[in-house]
Ligand binder design. Sequence first.
Ligand code: AMP
Ligand code: ZN
Length: 113
Amino acid sequence: MDCLFCKIIAGEIPSSKVYEDEKVYAFNDISPAAPCHVLIVPKEHIESANDLNEENADILKNIFLTAKMIAKEKGIAEKGYRIVNNCGEDGGQSVKHLHFHLLGGRSLEWPPG
Ligand code: AMP
Ligand code: ZN
């Protein structure tokens, strides 16, 4: 499949890995928007939040627990952080493999643009 994040998970394209287990892969964003900017993705190819269903949505638990664990490891848990999913064109999704941004290490603005 011609998917950038599937290739990263498979090790065909290099990445700065932060965490990996049976179901989840996490790596530093190549263009960080904050001092901590980690992408957390399911190893299973799911295109976007629109493609979540009763069968595959259990992965969200793994993703959020991974985000929490990484936030603690990076020392940003106490001050806070943001977990973001962009879905589709209007949501600003540029890579069509479900991913969650873990952003922190500075005060983040709200609302987003
Ligand atoms: P989104 O815009 O929500 O689809 O997020 C895609 C993210 O992937 C962006 O923040 C990019 O900077 C990031 N990205 C694109 N290519 C790579 C790569 N090869 N390694 C790490 N992050 C990447
Ligand atoms: Zn993929």
